[in-house]
Design a protein around this ligand. Structure first.
Ligand SMILES: NC(=O)C1=CN([C@@H]2O[C@H](COP(=O)(O)OP(=O)(O)OC[C@H]3O[C@@H](n4cnc5c(N)ncnc54)[C@H](O)[C@@H]3O)[C@@H](O)[C@H]2O)[C@@H](O)CC1
Ligand SMILES: [K+]
Length: 495
């Protein structure tokens, strides 16, 4: 267990809290130390701090931190809307012994008292239902304060496991989270509410941690190291089927991305017979699809970019499902699969690994569900898909998730809205297949390719001054650079 990258599900997190308690670890005091240390590092004494204290242990963390900060000379105010549990009461006794008072509501027109920093300790992982009434009002009031906001453990109102606001959620600048990362910090609406995320394991011994459910840890890229003594045949071959009339660009984008990510040889089989060359990328070998097209066993096969939903597309997918090697299905490859139980049966009978790369709406189609339900619990959706189809599944969207049944799920911490443009799904499909072609295991290939893609999106935003306007031509060199960097820094460091 690495408490900085490995994640627990909620029952396991509760189990850990109990184990720490039984071991006599005063975790709440350590949490309060951690909060106070963060404040002292960033704000000089006498700064104005407002601590919002909720009814549970999250409130206890905030109020014990308030005591420490008052002792250290900060001007601390405490907002305590409801009487808290025993931990809050103990902190309150300490606070009052220090001469502190509490206010039950936030007065309107407090311009003179506007804090420099809000400590948000209303709710943590114990949020059990949507917020209502006065709580909604309070969150809105706190969000409108013109000051920086430090969320304790998780922004109040955000579901720690699902990353969705429960009615409303605090908009934090920094989130200081304890014991281990929670998926809700990184996926769905989580990143837009958390700001910078800091994990403090509170020096809780790793032996106390139950088995992990998921991880943020990245796969090692050293398998992609190249020998001087290598040739194009050393780096794998892949075939892409897609590119129906009107959507030929999708297949070409996948092909170009595969080249940028190091695949040795790339065949593109467009359904549009008129497409015979990519003039901007003549390295791609274009061989229009025919019903008797034979894909050699050693090719990594991608089906879906610009495939369409025609009878021809259906026939191409049916045949592709018989391919004995690895197969990646994207876009209309997934839509055809979702709509046809016969194709799903063929998928179940496959001997090679299959990777599915749905966006939330495609995932909903595969699950006979709707997009909102998938987004409401992205971790559950990706796990369910991987189990139902016995595939590696990559669920796109903010906080990309990957799962293979029986293994911890994986969650990307990187990403950028710059990538939310047409064509990037095709780029990702080609990138994954390129890493498969170079010998990476399917889950690792999908994970590393997605992380390289996400990182390149971040680099683009940094270079362009913002996320608008990304195109494949700009992104692919950034992906190549990022991949080379990952490979160079993998494995044992050089002298
Ligand atoms: N137990 C432990 O070992 C540790 C807990 N820690 C802190 O404790 C937090 C968890 O504490 P709790 O389990 O007490 O939970 P919380 O403090 O997150 O909230 C639970 C309280 O909120 C109420 N509540 C839940 N949903 C509500 C809603 N929608 N509207 C109104 N009230 C609602 C519950 O009735 C309960 O009173 C963590 O997030 C973390 O901040 C840390 O101190 C580290 C150690
Ligand atoms: K909180």
């Amino acid at each position: 267990m690495n408490p900085h990258t490995d994640m627990l599900d909620l029952p396991a997190l509760r189990q850990l809290e109990l184990a720490a308690d039984a071991a006599g670890l005063a975790l709440m005091q350590r949490a309060a130390d951690s909060i106070a240390a963060w404040v002292q590092k960033h704000y000089p004494p006498a700064s104005r701090i407002l601590a919002a204290v909720g009814p549970g242990n999250n409130g206890g963390d905030a109020l014990f931190a308030a005591c420490r900060l008052r002792r250290a000379g900060y001007q601390v105010e405490v907002l305590l809307p409801v009487p808290g549990n025993a931990a809050v009461q103990a902190a309150l006794a300490e606070w009052q012994a220090l001469g502190g008072s509490v206010r039950p509501t936030l007065p309107t027109g407090i311009s003179a008292l506007v804090p420099e920093l809000l400590l948000d300790g209303l709710f943590g992982v114990g949020l059990a239902r949507p917020l209502e009434g006065e709580w909604l009002h309070l969150i809105a009031q706190l969000n409108s304060l013109p000051c920086r906001k430090l969320a304790i453990d998780i922004p109040s109102g955000l579901d720690a496991m699902r990353g969705q606001p429960q009615g409303a959620a605090l908009q934090a600048n920094v989130t200081l989270s304890f014991l281990c990362p929670k998926p809700g910090l990184y996926t769905a609406a989580g990143p837009d509410h958390c700001g910078e995320v800091i994990i403090d394991d509170l020096a809780c011994p790793p032996t106390l941690y139950p088995p992990t459910a998921g991880t943020l840890a990245l796969p090692d890229a050293s398998v992609l190291r190249r020998k001087r003594d290598s040739h194009k045949g050393s780096h794998g071959v892949l075939s892409i089927i897609g590119g129906a009339p009107g959507m030929t660009g999708a297949a070409l984008l996948a092909g170009r991305a595969a080249l940028a990510m190091g695949a040795g040889k790339i065949f593109v089989h467009p359904l549009d017979l008129a497409l015979t060359l990519d003039p901007l990328c003549p390295e791609l070998m274009l061989r229009p699809w025919q019903h008797n097209l034979l894909i050699p066993e050693n090719h990594q096969l991608v089906v879906g970019p610009g495939l369409g939903l025609s009878d021809q597309a259906h026939a191409a997918l049916s045949r592709a499902l018989l391919h004995p090697g690895s197969l990646l299905l994207d876009a209309d490859g997934l839509n055809l699969l979702a709509a046809d139980h016969g194709l799903q049966q063929l998928l179940q009978q496959r001997s090679g690994t299959t990777i599915l790369t749905p966006h939330p709406t495609e995932a909903a189609r595969l699950l006979d569900s709707d997009t909102a339900s998938v987004q409401a619990d992205r971790v559950a959706a990706v796990r369910e898909l991987s189990q139902r189809f016995d595939c590696v599944v990559l669920l796109k969207g903010c906080g990309t998730l990957l799962a293979r049944y029986g293994q911890p799920y994986r969650l990307l911490t990187r990403g950028s809205p710059s990538l939310a443009v047409a064509g990037q799904g095709d780029v990702l499909a080609g990138a994954i297949a390129a890493l498969l072609a170079q010998g990476m295991a399917p889950l690792d290939a999908a994970h590393l390719a997605a992380d390289v893609h996400a990182s390149a999106g971040e680099h683009y935003s940094a270079q362009a001054g913002g996320p608008i306007g990304l195109s494949c031509q700009q992104l692919l060199p950034l992906m190549t650079h990022e991949l080379n960097h990952r490979v160079a820094s993998s494995g044992v460091p050089p002298f």
